[in-house]
Design a protein. Structure first.
Length: 214
Protein backbone atom coordinates (compact mmCIF):
# COMPACT_ATOMS: atom_id res chain seq x y z
CA UNK A 1 0.00 0.00 0.00
CA UNK A 2 1.43 3.40 -0.93
CA UNK A 3 1.85 6.19 1.59
CA UNK A 4 -0.94 8.47 0.23
CA UNK A 5 -3.39 5.58 0.75
CA UNK A 6 -2.29 5.11 4.36
CA UNK A 7 -2.08 8.76 5.39
CA UNK A 8 -5.14 10.74 4.34
CA UNK A 9 -5.12 14.50 3.67
CA UNK A 10 -4.62 16.29 6.97
CA UNK A 11 -6.56 19.48 6.21
CA UNK A 12 -9.49 17.49 4.90
CA UNK A 13 -9.42 15.32 8.02
CA UNK A 14 -9.51 18.37 10.30
CA UNK A 15 -12.27 20.14 8.39
CA UNK A 16 -14.38 16.99 8.06
CA UNK A 17 -14.11 16.07 11.74
CA UNK A 18 -12.09 12.87 11.20
CA UNK A 19 -8.65 13.87 12.51
CA UNK A 20 -7.83 10.38 13.74
CA UNK A 21 -7.47 8.91 10.25
CA UNK A 22 -4.09 10.42 9.20
CA UNK A 23 -2.75 10.03 12.74
CA UNK A 24 -3.36 6.30 12.81
CA UNK A 25 -2.11 5.87 9.25
CA UNK A 26 1.20 7.59 9.92
CA UNK A 27 1.64 5.64 13.16
CA UNK A 28 1.42 2.40 11.19
CA UNK A 29 4.07 3.71 8.77
CA UNK A 30 6.37 4.58 11.69
CA UNK A 31 5.68 1.21 13.32
CA UNK A 32 6.81 -0.62 10.19
CA UNK A 33 10.05 1.36 10.10
CA UNK A 34 10.63 0.87 13.83
CA UNK A 35 10.26 -2.89 13.44
CA UNK A 36 12.98 -2.89 10.81
CA UNK A 37 15.30 -0.85 13.03
CA UNK A 38 14.61 -3.16 15.99
CA UNK A 39 15.52 -6.18 13.89
CA UNK A 40 18.89 -4.55 13.24
CA UNK A 41 19.39 -3.77 16.91
CA UNK A 42 18.93 -0.04 16.39
CA UNK A 43 16.68 2.57 18.00
CA UNK A 44 14.60 4.74 15.70
CA UNK A 45 14.21 8.52 15.64
CA UNK A 46 11.07 9.70 13.86
CA UNK A 47 9.66 12.96 12.55
CA UNK A 48 6.71 13.82 10.32
CA UNK A 49 7.49 16.41 7.59
CA UNK A 50 3.98 17.88 7.49
CA UNK A 51 2.88 21.01 9.33
CA UNK A 52 -0.84 20.22 9.54
CA UNK A 53 -0.13 16.72 10.82
CA UNK A 54 1.02 18.33 14.07
CA UNK A 55 -2.47 19.70 14.79
CA UNK A 56 -3.51 18.56 18.27
CA UNK A 57 -6.27 16.09 17.26
CA UNK A 58 -4.09 14.42 14.61
CA UNK A 59 -0.93 14.37 16.71
CA UNK A 60 -2.82 12.91 19.67
CA UNK A 61 -4.28 10.07 17.60
CA UNK A 62 -0.81 9.45 16.18
CA UNK A 63 0.73 9.09 19.64
CA UNK A 64 -2.16 6.96 20.88
CA UNK A 65 -1.75 4.56 17.97
CA UNK A 66 2.02 4.36 18.56
CA UNK A 67 1.31 3.43 22.18
CA UNK A 68 -1.10 0.73 21.03
CA UNK A 69 1.52 -0.81 18.76
CA UNK A 70 4.24 -0.61 21.40
CA UNK A 71 6.56 1.40 19.18
CA UNK A 72 9.59 2.85 20.95
CA UNK A 73 10.98 5.75 18.93
CA UNK A 74 12.17 9.24 19.76
CA UNK A 75 9.79 11.74 18.18
CA UNK A 76 10.88 15.17 16.99
CA UNK A 77 8.07 17.75 16.81
CA UNK A 78 8.37 20.15 13.86
CA UNK A 79 6.25 22.89 15.43
CA UNK A 80 8.37 23.00 18.58
CA UNK A 81 11.56 23.15 16.53
CA UNK A 82 10.16 25.94 14.34
CA UNK A 83 9.18 28.03 17.35
CA UNK A 84 12.68 27.53 18.76
CA UNK A 85 14.14 28.79 15.47
CA UNK A 86 11.86 31.84 15.51
CA UNK A 87 13.17 32.68 18.97
CA UNK A 88 16.68 32.71 17.52
CA UNK A 89 15.78 34.92 14.54
CA UNK A 90 13.17 37.37 15.82
CA UNK A 91 13.47 39.74 18.76
CA UNK A 92 11.07 39.17 21.69
CA UNK A 93 7.76 40.88 20.93
CA UNK A 94 8.50 40.85 17.20
CA UNK A 95 5.98 40.15 14.45
CA UNK A 96 5.78 36.78 12.71
CA UNK A 97 3.88 36.27 9.47
CA UNK A 98 2.20 32.92 8.81
CA UNK A 99 1.15 31.18 5.63
CA UNK A 100 -0.60 27.88 6.33
CA UNK A 101 -3.37 25.53 5.36
CA UNK A 102 -6.89 26.42 6.45
CA UNK A 103 -6.90 23.52 8.90
CA UNK A 104 -3.68 24.64 10.57
CA UNK A 105 -4.92 28.20 10.81
CA UNK A 106 -8.24 27.26 12.36
CA UNK A 107 -6.69 25.31 15.20
CA UNK A 108 -3.87 27.85 15.78
CA UNK A 109 -1.11 25.38 15.00
CA UNK A 110 1.59 28.06 14.96
CA UNK A 111 -0.25 31.14 16.19
CA UNK A 112 -0.97 29.48 19.55
CA UNK A 113 2.59 28.61 20.60
CA UNK A 114 4.06 31.71 18.98
CA UNK A 115 1.62 33.99 20.79
CA UNK A 116 2.38 32.17 24.03
CA UNK A 117 6.06 32.87 23.37
CA UNK A 118 5.31 36.59 23.14
CA UNK A 119 5.29 37.17 19.39
CA UNK A 120 2.74 39.15 17.41
CA UNK A 121 1.08 37.13 14.65
CA UNK A 122 0.05 38.17 11.15
CA UNK A 123 -1.89 35.79 8.91
CA UNK A 124 -3.12 36.16 5.34
CA UNK A 125 -6.06 38.50 4.93
CA UNK A 126 -7.57 36.17 2.32
CA UNK A 127 -7.20 32.58 3.55
CA UNK A 128 -9.35 31.28 0.70
CA UNK A 129 -6.72 32.54 -1.74
CA UNK A 130 -3.96 30.79 0.20
CA UNK A 131 -5.98 27.55 0.19
CA UNK A 132 -6.35 27.90 -3.59
CA UNK A 133 -2.59 28.25 -4.02
CA UNK A 134 -2.12 24.88 -2.34
CA UNK A 135 -5.07 22.88 -3.66
CA UNK A 136 -6.11 24.25 -7.06
CA UNK A 137 -6.28 21.19 -9.32
CA UNK A 138 -4.91 23.01 -12.38
CA UNK A 139 -2.05 25.15 -11.07
CA UNK A 140 -1.88 24.61 -7.28
CA UNK A 141 1.27 23.54 -5.46
CA UNK A 142 -0.10 20.04 -4.83
CA UNK A 143 -0.57 19.57 -8.56
CA UNK A 144 2.04 17.46 -10.38
CA UNK A 145 5.41 19.24 -10.78
CA UNK A 146 6.95 21.44 -11.94
CA UNK A 147 5.56 24.27 -9.82
CA UNK A 148 3.58 26.59 -12.06
CA UNK A 149 4.56 30.20 -12.54
CA UNK A 150 1.08 31.20 -11.46
CA UNK A 151 1.29 29.49 -8.08
CA UNK A 152 4.81 30.86 -7.53
CA UNK A 153 3.68 34.41 -8.21
CA UNK A 154 0.73 34.05 -5.87
CA UNK A 155 2.88 32.73 -3.03
CA UNK A 156 5.31 35.63 -3.46
CA UNK A 157 2.40 38.08 -3.44
CA UNK A 158 1.09 36.68 -0.14
CA UNK A 159 4.57 36.88 1.39
CA UNK A 160 5.00 40.46 0.20
CA UNK A 161 1.67 41.42 1.74
CA UNK A 162 2.68 40.02 5.12
CA UNK A 163 6.01 41.84 4.94
CA UNK A 164 4.27 45.09 4.01
CA UNK A 165 2.04 44.70 7.07
CA UNK A 166 5.09 44.50 9.30
CA UNK A 167 6.20 40.87 9.51
CA UNK A 168 9.83 40.49 10.60
CA UNK A 169 9.81 36.94 9.24
CA UNK A 170 7.31 34.72 7.41
CA UNK A 171 6.83 31.04 8.24
CA UNK A 172 6.06 28.87 5.23
CA UNK A 173 3.64 26.77 7.26
CA UNK A 174 2.71 24.24 4.60
CA UNK A 175 5.17 21.73 3.18
CA UNK A 176 4.35 22.77 -0.38
CA UNK A 177 5.19 26.48 -0.06
CA UNK A 178 9.00 26.08 -0.18
CA UNK A 179 8.61 24.19 -3.46
CA UNK A 180 7.86 27.54 -5.10
CA UNK A 181 11.43 28.73 -4.54
CA UNK A 182 15.02 27.86 -5.22
CA UNK A 183 18.10 29.49 -3.76
CA UNK A 184 17.88 32.47 -6.08
CA UNK A 185 14.22 33.46 -6.09
CA UNK A 186 13.33 33.22 -2.41
CA UNK A 187 12.01 36.64 -1.34
CA UNK A 188 12.31 38.33 2.03
CA UNK A 189 13.11 36.65 5.32
CA UNK A 190 11.45 33.25 5.25
CA UNK A 191 11.48 30.26 7.57
CA UNK A 192 10.89 26.77 6.24
CA UNK A 193 9.84 24.48 9.14
CA UNK A 194 11.27 21.54 7.21
CA UNK A 195 14.72 23.05 7.60
CA UNK A 196 14.24 23.44 11.36
CA UNK A 197 13.12 19.81 11.56
CA UNK A 198 15.97 18.52 9.41
CA UNK A 199 18.59 20.38 11.46
CA UNK A 200 17.19 18.94 14.69
CA UNK A 201 17.26 15.41 13.28
CA UNK A 202 20.89 15.77 12.19
CA UNK A 203 21.83 17.35 15.51
CA UNK A 204 20.15 14.50 17.38
CA UNK A 205 21.84 11.75 15.37
CA UNK A 206 25.28 13.28 14.75
CA UNK A 207 25.86 16.95 15.70
CA UNK A 208 29.25 16.95 13.96
CA UNK A 209 27.52 16.60 10.60
CA UNK A 210 25.36 19.71 11.04
CA UNK A 211 26.63 22.29 8.57
CA UNK A 212 27.18 25.80 9.81
CA UNK A 213 25.05 28.39 7.98
CA UNK A 214 26.67 31.54 9.34
Amino acid sequence: MCLPDMVSDRTEALLSGNPGDPGRGMADVIAAGAAAYKALGLKGIAAVPCNTFHAGPIWSSFNARLDETGVNVQLINMIEETVSTVKELVQPGGTVGLLSTTGSRRIGLYSGPLSAAGFKILEAEDQAAVHEIIYNTEWGLKTAPPVSGKSRQKVIREIDRLMERGADLVILGCTEFPLAFDGENRPGKLLDPMESLAKKLVKTVDPAKLKKTD
